[in-house]
Write a protein that binds this ligand. Sequence first.
Ligand code: NBX
Length: 838
Amino acid sequence: MVKQSDQVCVVKGWQEGPVIDESTLKDDLTRHFYYTLGRDKVGESQHYLYHALALTIRDRLVARCRETNQQIKQEKRRKTAYLSLEFLMGRALGNAVLNLDLDEQVSSALQEYCTTIETIEDAEHDAGLGNGGLGRLAACFLDSCASLALPVIGYGLRYEYGMFNQSIKDGNQIEQPDNWLREGHPWELSAPEHAKRVKFGGYVQSYTDKFGREHRQWMGSQDVLAVPYDVPVPGYKNNIVNTLRLWKSEATDEFNLTEFNAGSYSEAVAQKNLAEQITMVLYPNDSSENGKELRLRQQYFLSSASIQDVVDQWLSQHGESFSDFADFHAFQLNDTHPSIAVAELMRILIDDYELDWNDAWQITTKTMAYTNHTLLPEALEKWSVSLFSKLLPRILEIVYEINARFLAQVAQQWPGDVEKQRALSLIEEGDEPQIRMAYLAIVGSYSVNGVAALHTELLKAGLFKEFYALWPDKFNNKTNGVTPRRWLAHCNPVLSELIGEKIGHDWVKNFSKISDLRRFYDDKSFHEQWQNAKRENKQRLVDLVKARCDIDFDVSMMFDVQVKRIHEYKRQLLNILHVIHLYDRIRRGDTQGLVPRCVLLGGKAAPGYYMAKKIIKLINNVAEVINKDPQAAPYLRVAFLPNYNVTAMEVICPATDLSEQVSTAGKEASGTGNMKFMMNGALTIGTLDGANIEIRDAVGADNFFLFGAQAHEIDDIKSRYNPEHLISQNSDLKNVMQLLESGHFNLFEPCLFDDITNAIKSPHDPWLVAHDFESYVAAQKEVDKAYADRTYWTQMSILNTAASGLFSSDRTISQYSEDIWHLEPLNISETDLTTAKS
Ligand code: NBX
C-alpha cells in the first residue's frame, strides 16, 4: 500500500493546480492527442480522439472536483455516502460536455479534426456497472446531487466486467463478456494512497486490555486490498464536481510473500486470484440473489472499504472522538446489498476505536438509511449463517448481538408473543439458518423508504408490517425520478431546442418549469414543430433498428416500445400476445381502425432465468414470422433490439410514441423507464402499478391508457383464477393461443413454447396474463383511435412532457436531502475557480 505522507510538500504557485483556461481546450485536445497518447493526426482511429477529448475534459473536471472537496473539508460540511453495488452510468462524454457547457468549444476544436462529437462519442463504451433500474437510479441520483450542489459521494465497485453484452443467435440470447476497460477508462483517477484493507476469514478471540476491559479481536484473516478509482460527477453548470469512488480488489503484497517464502508459490498465486476475483464481474441478476460466496465477498468488500474511508476522513479532520460523527454523516444503502455496512460500522467503532456498544449503536442508527426496491419475495436477500461464520466471523457476532438486543425490544412490545420474535428475528430458523438482510437494514437505520407511493404503502401494510408498527416514523416514501439532463437535454437535442425556444432553457436545472409548455397545447404551428421533432428522432431509431436487426421500421407508423429487463412480472409476454392478436386480425382481414405499428422490445434476461430466455425466443420467432409476411408489412413490424443499454435508451425514448408499462399490479416497485418516455412526449399504456399511478395522476386520466387488475384486487382474482375459462370465453385470446399452440411460430421446433402456453393456462399463474389480456386489448384499441387523430395525440404528447416535472430526480433528491440527509448546498463561484487558478 502506498503510504500517504503527513508532511505535504507544496510547490509554490501550484497549490491549486495549474491554470486551465477554457480558451485552451483546442490546444489541450491537441496536446493530449499528440503527447499524452502519442498519436498522429492522420489515419488515427476515432478512439484516440475520443480518449484525448475525455482527458481534456477530465482536466476541467479535476480542477472543479478539487475545489468541491476543499469546500466540503474546509467548511466541515455534513455529507452523504451513497452505497450501491451498482452504478449504471452509461457514457460520460456527452453528459460532461452538457454539464460543463462546453458544447461550442468542443465542436470548434473537433472541426480541426474534421469530425463531430456525435461521431467520436461512439468510441466510448458504456460504463454498464449495473443491471437495470436500481443501478440507473443511482446514476441519476449522482447527477442530481451534483447539480443541486449537495455534498454526496457515491461508493461502488469497479467491476472489470460490467453487465454482459447480449447478442441474439437464432432468436436466443447469447451472453458475451463486457470488457469495457479494454481500451482504458480515461475518466477515472486511481488513488492507491487511500487503499484500505478488508478482512475475510480467520477467527475471533478475546483479550483483556491493561485497564481490565474485555475486547474481541478478528484474527488470522486473509486481507484483500481495496484500491479506489475516482470518477468525477459534474453538476449542471454550477462548478460542482462530486466523486464516484469505485473500489478495485487487489492482493496485498505480504500474503503473497509469506506463502512464497514458505515454498507454496501456487497457493500464493491462488490467493492473489481470489483477491482479484472480488471485483472481476457484476452479477447479472436483477431480481434474485443466488447465495454465492463471491457475491457476499463483494458486498462486504464495498461496505468495509467505504466505511473505513469515511472513518479515516473523519479521523483526519475531527480526531478520535466520534461523539458528533452522526451530525456530519449519513449513509444511504441502495437496497440491502450493502446492508452489512450496519454491522461493519459497529465493528470499527467498537473494535478499532473502543466505543461501548450503546454509543456505537447510537451513531450507527443515526447515520444509516435504507431504500427498498422490491416486494418480490425471491429478491429479499438472505445469507446462510454458516457462510457468514466462515467468511466474516466477527461480523456474525455483531449481527447476533444486534439481534439479541432487538428481540428484547420485540418482547417488550409484544410480551409473551414468541411467534412475533420468530417472525421478526434477523435470523431465520431452519435446517440452514439464514440472516435476513432487510431486517438488519431496517433495525440499523433511522430511515426506511420505498420508491413510489404504492410501493411504500405495500411495504408498510405487508412485508414490513411489524416493523412499521414498531417504528412508524422510520418509514417514508421517495418516489423515484430521472435526470432531465441525460434523459431530455442530452438525448433529445431537437426537442430540447424547441422547448427552449418556447419557454427558455431554465427547465434544464429547474425542471418544474417544464409545465410552462402547457401554454402551447393549442398552438397549431407548435404542434407541427413537435411532430417534426418526433419524426426526426424516429428516423434515428429507424437507422438503429436497421443496423442492429436488419428490420425496416417506418417513421410514418406508430412506435410502440417496451424496453427493460426481461421478467415474467414485467409481462413482455402480454405485449407479445397483443402483437400476435394484431397479426391475427391482419390475417383475418380485420384491419378496420388498425393503426400501423412498429413494435420494439428489448432487454436482457438473467443468464439462469429459463422463462425469461424463452420469452426472448418467442419475441424473436414472432417477429420473424410477421416481418416476413407481406400481408402484415403495411400494418405491423416487430423487432427485438439486442443489447439494450443506457446508450440505446438515449436513442429509443425520444423516438417512442407509446410506452408499455404493463407489469402485474403491485409488482413493479416504481419503474423509471416510464418517466424517461413521458419526459420525451410518449403516452403510456399501463397498469396501476409503481410510479405509473403518479404519472397518471400528474398528466390526467384522459392522457393515459389504463388497463388491468388493481393491486388490491389481485388476491381475490387469484383465489378464483381460471385462465382456461377466460381463453374459451374470449375469441381474441383463443385465436392467439391457437396460433401459439399450433406451432405457427415454431414450425421446425415442436413444443418449443409449451412452457409458455402452459404458464398462461395455469390457474397458478402469478402474473395473471390471461386475466389482463382483454382489458389490455381494449386499451390498445383506444390507443389506435387516439393516434389516428394527429392533433389530439400531439396535444396529449405535449401534456405528458409538460406534466413530467415531478419525475425529475432533482425533486427526488431534494426530498432525500430535506427529509433524510439534511444537507446544505455548496457554492462554488467562477471567482472561486479563477482564484484557484491564479
Ligand atoms: O429498482 C428496480 C425496481 O424493479 C424498479 O421498479 C425500480 O424503479 C428501480 C429503482 O428503484 N429494482 C432493480 O432494478 N433491482 C435490481 O436491479 C437488483 C439487482 C441485483 C439484485 C437484486 C435486484 N441482487
